[in-house]
Ligand binder design. Structure first.
Ligand SMILES: [Zn+2]
Length: 101
């Protein structure tokens, strides 16, 4: 038990020394920064919360990106509808060039 724990600590220390990063979780996974680490450790809860608010907002006719009133039959307000159009145009331009993502 103690040996197992000790070898784990040693493993983490080695990874840290090698990568020069301290953003490691208890399983020894290395993250780019503390924000990415936080996201991966909390993503189940975060995604649940986001999905919940998306549902209740879209049902209530409120923009899912902010708290303004949404345009009829879509989930965005006027401002975010425009932003989304921009984003979609950019994304489509990317795929046309063959940069799939
Ligand atoms: Zn909005």
């Amino acid at each position: 038990m103690l040996r197992k724990l000790l070898s784990k600590v040693i493993k983490i220390k080695k990874t840290r020394a090698k990568k020069g990063q301290a953003n490691i979780d208890n399983d020894g996974n290395v993250y780019d920064n503390r924000f990415v680490k936080f996201y991966h450790l909390n993503k189940k809860r975060l995604n649940k919360e986001r999905r919940g608010s998306y549902k209740s907002k879209s049902k209530g006719g409120i923009c899912v990106r902010c708290n303004r009133k949404a345009v009829k039959d879509i989930v965005f307000c006027k401002y975010h509808q425009a932003r989304q159009k921009e984003y979609n145009a950019k994304a489509r331009a990317k795929t046309k060039k063959g940069k799939k993502k």
